[in-house]
Design a binder for this molecule. Structure first.
Ligand code: FAD
Length: 337
């Protein structure tokens, strides 16, 4: 059922005050199609909402805001130790990771505790602890918003990159993701070569033990959005040419950097921000987390515009000091009231 004038303040992890002109929680594909049909008839613009953990919401979302909530999932044994996971867009991502680990199915455990829903996971190709969604994804099922056509994209059709995919480019705002098909493994293959995961676990951990260890590290490092509004990393780690990285390393030898397969170099955005002396800065109702320079926080009572102004200040300072332009990670949605 389509509701009118719905408060979304509690539906985004930054806790930004925002209202949807109309809102529907679609609990089936049929409900989703029905809402799309009504929106087309009435000429309402559409916005898509998942768990609201990678968004900066402005005060007003005109038209219809759609949130897929169908969360059914099933396993399909495809032989040779591989299992397909068919899962609806509305399932909580971490809930899925825990379920798979409980079945001792491997592949997603390093992506534990990433907030949000399954349907949004391909948008920025969620990644953590050396693993990305693309490593386990087989298919994305979607509905086109203009003609309600269903389509299935294979992993290679999704143009996945670091925090990037076709859903941020050619298909941006044009589709609703309804289902993912993942491929996981019955064979234990822990990936513990990232951070201090290995020191927290024995040599042959269960998948659930890896999930618990990743979750513990994340809880220590990242502010809990239920206590302090945030959207995780606010900036992507910038990727520079090898020449630019070399020049920066000559003047800043301790700059954390990660060479990529294509010859370019990824730099640590948090380190760059920290070097500008911005960590812990508070500006009115918003600020930069005291332990994580990459995380912008909302103390309450603020607005998207305040947060964006602070983000711009960070971008400007980092560019002035290092000549590197940071790019925002969360997506901006809505308009001023
Ligand atoms: C504390 C914290 C830690 C985080 N850590 C990580 C991390 O380690 N790695 C990482 O990659 N990300 C991280 N994130 C970011 C975030 O959790 C992910 O990007 C997540 O996938 C967002 O899911 P969501 O359901 O909340 O999406 P939302 O924020 O609701 O939406 C994000 C975008 O996806 C679109 N969208 C949502 N659902 C659909 C759909 N079904 N079809 C089409 N479009 C849709 C929205 O319109 C929007 O553009 C973190 C966030 C927080 C708050």
């Amino acid at each position: 059922m389509i509701q009118r004038d719905v408060d979304l303040t509690g539906a985004n992890t930054l806790g930004m005050p925002s209202r949807a002109e109309r809102f529907v929680a679609a609990d089936s594909i049929a409900a989703l199609r029905d809402a799309l049909r009504q929106a087309a008839e009435q000429g309402w613009p559409l916005s898509m909402l998942g768990g609201g953990s990678n968004l900066v919401l402005r005060p007003y979302l005109p038209g219809l805001t759609l949130q897929p909530t169908f969360a059914d999932w099933r396993l399909e044994d495809v032989g040779q130790g591989k299992v397909r996971v068919h899962v609806g867009a509305g399932m909580n991502w971490h809930g899925l990771v825990e379920e798979l680990a409980a079945f001792e199915l491997w592949g997603t455990e390093n992506l534990a505790l990433i907030p949000g829903n399954v349907g949004a996971a391909p948008i920025q190709n969620i990644g953590a602890y050396g693993v990305e969604l693309a490593d386990v994804l087989e298919q994305v099922h979607l509905l086109h918003l203009d003609d309600w056509r269903e389509e299935i994209l294979g992993r290679d059709d999704c143009a996945f990159g670091y925090r990037d995919s076709i859903f941020k480019h050619a298909l941006d705002g044009r589709v609703v993701i309804t289902q993912l098909v993942l491929r996981v493994s019955k064979r234990a293959r822990p990936r513990l070569d990232y951070g201090d995961l290995a020191t927290r676990l024995c040599n042959t951990p269960t998948a659930s033990e890896v999930v618990a260890a990743v979750s513990a590290v994340r809880r220590e490092k990242l502010p809990d959005p239920t206590r302090l509004g945030n959207a995780g990393s606010f900036f992507k780690n910038p990727v520079t040419s090898a020449e630019q990285a070399q020049a920066l390393l000559a003047s800043h030898p301790d700059l954390p950097h990660f060479p990529l397969a294509d010859g370019r170099v990824k730099l640590a955005a948090g380190w760059l921000i920290d070097q500008c002396g911005l960590k812990g800065l508070r500006d009115g109702h918003v600020g930069i987390h005291e332990r994580q320079a990459l995380v912008l926080v909302h103390y309450g009572g603020g607005s998207a515009e305040e947060l964006l102004a602070l983000a711009q200040r960070v971008v400007d300072e980092v560019e002035r000091r290092f000549g590197v332009v940071l790019e925002r990670e969360p997506r901006l949605m809505g308009q001023p009231a």
